[in-house]
Design a protein around this ligand. Structure first.
Ligand code: HEC
Length: 106
């Protein structure tokens, strides 16, 4: 690769960094969370359903991330730690939670 091309590539990846984070959330969601949270099965709060998320949002983002990483048994069902995907990093799960929060707040 020619040196000027490297510089352009580096500048480009810096410019898209926040988008990469958001995309990681979507990718993780699609890989590990959508099975329960898109249809809202087994008591899982449906993604994008503001009413289902209202009380959960009140707990704060940090608690929601912690519950998604460590697992959580609430009034409606059981959220398995990391959605059962123990191979995921805490960061990847956090990114997916942020994506789910954005879907009901933005
Ligand atoms: C096997 C089904 C299943 C999968 C897969 C799953 N969830 Fe859940 N999730 C649940 C259920 C059920 C609840 C509701 C638990 C309750 O409140 O009783 C829940 C609740 C949550 C909550 C709210 C926790 C709270 O404190 O109210 C978050 C955030 C969440 N899930 C994130 C995720 C993320 C991120 C993934 C993917 C990495 C994921 N879930 C995958 C079933 C699932």
């Amino acid at each position: 690769m020619k040196p000027y091309k490297l510089i352009i590539t580096a500048a480009f990846s810096m410019a898209i960094a926040p988008q990469v984070l958001a995309d990681e959330g979507v990718d993780t969601y699609k890989a590990a969370c959508t099975a329960c949270h898109t249809p809202g099965i087994a008591g899982a709060p449906k993604t994008g359903d503001a009413a289902a998320w209202k009380d959960r949002l009140a707990k704060g983002e940090e608690t929601l991330i912690k519950n998604a990483v460590e697992g959580f048994t609430g009034d409606t069902g059981f959220m398995p730690p990391k959605g059962g995907r123990m191979d995921l990093s805490d960061e990847a799960v956090a990114a997916a939670v942020k994506y789910m929060i954005a879907e009901v707040t933005e």
